[in-house]
Design a protein around this ligand. Structure first.
Ligand code: ZN
Length: 283
């Protein structure tokens, strides 16, 4: 039984500022280790629940955050950001469950810790088939294309509440209570890890007994993306599938969610380049 873990960082216990999750910040080395330990707790729980193989996809920023020498010895790791399926790279129909570890609320959806949607400087809002979607819901829809359910989500209380209200039976591990976008009451670190391990084991048991099932696949899948600047929307119309719907917004539709997600990721990269100007020398 194979388990796939997509690991973000903003939802890790102790993280309350995006600077803590950026290489170069004095605290980054501490926080990447806290992330690695939370991923390990999820892996331990998965193995306790009956998983045999675990693949971890580093899914935050440059996607080189997890400390491989500290990662659980039973897990393989996808590292690096030049990949076609971003936070869901490597997932296919051979997996039995997806875990989303260290996740966070979407941009503008409330007071969740470091709420944003994939590329915080570029993207303001994303709708999938007409519904406002955060990273967790987008990735759950990608997983549904492969018939794989999201069995566990960890992060702050806000993202956990949102996923619980949206996806039936997904297990959640709220490791901190959001006070503001940049403040939280964190669980004791070891209690957070114990909670993740416990819920991960429960999640796998629920997949095994059929209580957690994949959502229906989106076909076709339509994205409506609102960028922060008009230049991002403008440059995205280079791609024939993309239609401009407003000064800062575009829409596109693809036959499957996996295809749509790849295009969304590509447009995010182009939109990000457009924010400061293509080929603009670094300051
Ligand atoms: Zn992140």
């Amino acid at each position: 039984m194979k388990v796939y873990i997509s690991a973000d960082m903003e939802g890790v216990c102790g993280v309350t500022h995006s600077a803590q999750c950026r290489p170069g910040h004095p605290d980054y080395e501490r926080f990447r280790r806290l992330l690695t330990q939370e991923v390990n707790s999820a892996i331990e729980g998965a193995l306790e629940g009956g998983a045999t193989d675990v693949l971890v996809n580093d899914s935050h920023f440059a996607m080189t955050n997890i400390v491989i020498e500290d990662l659980h010895p039973r897990a393989s790791l996808i590292s690096g950001s030049n990949k076609l399926s971003a936070q869901m790279e490597g997932l296919d129909e051979t997996f039995a469950a997806v875990f989303l570890v260290g996740y966070h609320q979407g941009d503008g959806q409330g007071d969740g810790v470091i709420n944003h949607t994939l590329m915080s400087a570029t993207i303001r809002r994303v709708l999938v088939n007409g519904t406002v979607a955060d990273e967790a819901l987008i990735n759950a829809a990608v997983a549904a294309d492969f018939g794989v359910p999201v069995a566990l989500l960890t992060g702050d209380d806000r993202v956990c509440e949102h996923i619980s209200n949206t996806i039936e039976n997904t297990q959640v591990a709220p490791v901190k209570r959001a006070i503001d976008r940049l403040s939280a009451e964190n669980l004791p670190v070891h209690e957070a890890r114990r909670l993740i391990r416990e819920r991960a084991a429960m999640a796998i048991e629920r997949v095994r007994n059929g209580a957690i099932k994949s959502a229906a696949a989106y076909a076709p899948a339509r994205f409506d993306v609102e960028f922060r600047l008009s230049s991002a929307a403008h440059l995205c119309t280079l791609f024939p599938a993309v239609e401009r719907t407003g000064p800062c917004s575009i829409t596109f539709e693809r036959p499957t969610m996996v295809e749509a997600y790849k295009l969304f990721w590509g447009l995010g990269i182009v939109g990000t380049a457009a924010m400061t100007g293509v080929f603009t020398p670094a300051p």
